[in-house]
Design a protein around this ligand. Sequence first.
Ligand SMILES: NC(=O)c1ccc[n+]([C@@H]2O[C@H](COP(=O)([O-])OP(=O)(O)OC[C@H]3O[C@@H](n4cnc5c(N)ncnc54)[C@H](O)[C@@H]3O)[C@@H](O)[C@H]2O)c1
Length: 337
Amino acid sequence: MKILVTGGLGFIGSHTVVELQNEGFDVVVVDNLSNSSEKVLDGIVAITGKKPIFEKIDLREKESVQGLFNKYQDISGVIHFAASKAVGESVENPLLYYENNINALIYLLQELQKIPKAHFIFSSSCTVYGQAEKMPITENAPVQKALSPYGNTKQIGEEIIQDVTKVSAIDAILLRYFNPIGAHSSAFIGELPLGVPQNLVPFITQTAIGVREQLSVFGDDYPTSDGTAIRDYIHVIDLAQAHVVALKRLIESKNAEKVEIFNIGTGKGSSVLEVITAFEKVSGKKLNYKIVGRREGDITTAYANTDKANSVLGWKAKLTLEEALASAWKWEQKIKR
Ligand SMILES: NC(=O)c1ccc[n+]([C@@H]2O[C@H](COP(=O)([O-])OP(=O)(O)OC[C@H]3O[C@@H](n4cnc5c(N)ncnc54)[C@H](O)[C@@H]3O)[C@@H](O)[C@H]2O)c1
């Protein structure tokens, strides 16, 4: 069965390609390399012994998307990772985000709705919940007005999928990721942030290795046990496996609705200082960090209630924060700069 993985050379996409190939799926990877490198293919081959088909295509080009589906007529499912994802950049250049994250989605769905039975998995985000009132966050928590154009593209994307599945043979699963971190245990693939990392863990590992001088901890006056913000950090391998489980659910027609939504997290919240302490323990490195003011747009606490994913999807995060941090550190030490 041929599965199209858009953004398949990116952080989460590449780990998912590995898990798909390990499960025997035939994968076509599409990526325009705007936030990744073709070398990631070598890492995938090193782990799985198999090179996926790779098409360097920009999904903003409608004709290219059409050409792709004409070339591979046996595509039966799409896992759609490709998107621009930097929150700050989306505020400065909203149209880039609406064009990339929305147009590409529309062109893919236009092709998919021509297929008799099509499966679609969408990378959504816990940002749709904003600062939820109750912890842990269930899928029934209200979607709140997005704080950035990036967040808005995820909400609009979810709505587009809801509308299209009503009038087509496409069935979809929306996965709302919490905070993906870590790397493959082999360190052949991992996260490769371009420029200054926006996320905590790549910033930690880059500081530990000396690429960054100091880590800024944004705010220690939040109403949490140690004053720093709390997030649900999920190992990228667990996250990748959630995609395989979701895809199989659609293939086997086990889905209860045309669109199902699942939180994908560990269910455990960790504060920034807890992550730093855990990193120092697994790496044996003392981290140079300082507390600075809060960063605009950051919420206090977000961690998932994963009961629905556990019971309905039959998926549960298995790897610990320490394992994720150790893998991220191993990867960081292997990156050639
Ligand atoms: N990493 C996170 O913290 C996080 C959290 C929640 C949701 N998500 C979502 O998960 C998805 C994957 O995230 P990631 O962290 O792997 O990002 P990433 O940037 O590492 O991967 C995205 C990939 O898509 C490619 N791409 C972007 N626009 C494209 C286009 N027009 N045509 C073809 N390829 C294109 C990029 O080159 C990159 O390889 C994104 O949709 C992101 O919004 C990520």
